[in-house]
Design a protein around this ligand. Structure first.
Ligand code: DGY
Length: 321
């Protein structure tokens, strides 16, 4: 019998596929707070499998303290919080949930883009504050998206899904990737591959969909913002540290860019105070995958990976290490 520990509750019914022969402990941090390494080590006492979320720091110290741990099953596609090298060195399998959150995250990018383009939060506040007294000729005017250019940084699964939606809005799509996307994908979403410089100078909307790594850290910095159109919007549903947040605040304050829709932050759950003050920024608490369908599929994928590993299957689905 194996013991599975989930570091926090998942969607109702998400873990119902866990076999009866295994024991499952679902932890519930009293205030939903982020766990420290020491707290995770305590939770993992006696665990064969740890079901983790992005906010859990899964470090070498955990693997050292819990040599019985066989697997970390991450309830996310991103694994920025897991020391993969240390997992490999300690012979701990790591799995994640790729593919199933593509549409939900692409929808969230579009929700933020539309909200920023048409001042949805400000409009909502205006009506609730009882300030809607008459139709105005020039009030809260936004950016029309048809015939504008969207620049996608990172044409992977999510970037492609965002591009597909952009076609429906009548936008021109350009993209930047380290390696050029396959020509069929380019054709399907009518996207043109360009250098990052051209993408920044010509896009009306820049939407980020690349992973965070050494190369993409602060990819959007002060120099990048200075290249963007003053009317441009930035959307980030990828990872916070791809953007230099302090530089973004300066760019918004100085009018170097017009606005932003942000689902992710450099130091989550902290948000740069300068962003909080900006009316032209729409903020969300990392909700990319937060739909019932997607969170259920993610949970089911975790259970499938866990079951395969515990059954000793030759291949464990969605295994990274
Ligand atoms: C992921 O799965 O990496 C997402 O960012 C979580 O919403």
């Amino acid at each position: 019998m194996a013991h599975i520990v989930s570091t926090r509750p998942l969607i109702d019914g998400g873990l119902s596929g866990v076999r009866d022969e295994h024991t499952l402990t679902v932890c519930d941090p009293p205030d939903g707070s982020t766990r420290s390494v020491d707290e995770l080590i305590a939770l993992a006492d006696g665990a064969d499998v740890l079901l983790s979320v992005l906010a859990d720091p899964i470090t070498e110290a955990l693997f050292e303290a819990r040599p019985g741990l066989q697997m970390v099953s991450q309830y996310a596609v991103g694994v920025d919080n897991i020391d993969l090298e240390a997992a490999e060195a300690h012979d701990v399998a790591v799995t994640h949930t790729p593919g199933v959150l593509t549409d939900a995250t692409a929808d969230q990018a579009w929700a933020l883009l539309l909200a920023a383009a048409r001042h949805v939060p400000a409009a909502d506040r205006y009506v609730r504050d009882g300030r809607f007294e008459r139709w105005e000729t020039t009030h809260l005017m936004g950016m029309e998206l048809a015939r504008k250019t969207i620049g996608i940084v990172g044409m992977g699964r999510i970037g492609t899904a965002v591009a597909r939606r952009a076609l429906g809005f009548g936008m021109e799509v350009i993209y930047h990737n380290r390696t050029r996307a396959n020509p069929t994908v380019e054709r399907q979403v009518s996207a043109r591959h360009v250098g990052l410089g051209e993408l920044l100078t010509t896009s009306d909307v820049v939407s980020l969909h690349c992973p965070h790594n050494d190369e993409s850290h602060h990819l959007l910095d002060a120099a990048a913002f200075s290249k963007m159109k003053a009317s441009a919007l930035l959307v980030n549903t990828a990872r916070g540290p791809v953007v230099d947040e302090a530089a973004l605040v300066d760019a918004l304050k100085s009018g170097e860019i017009a606005g932003a829709g942000l689902d992710v932050f450099e130091d989550e759950p902290e948000v740069h105070p300068g962003l909080m003050e900006q009316d032209r920024v729409v903020l969300a608490p990392h909700l990319g995958s937060a739909t019932t369908d997607t969170r259920m599929r993610m949970a089911q994928m975790c259970v499938a990976s866990i079951t395969a590993l515990l059954d000793g299957a030759e291949s464990v689905p969605h295994r990274l290490v």
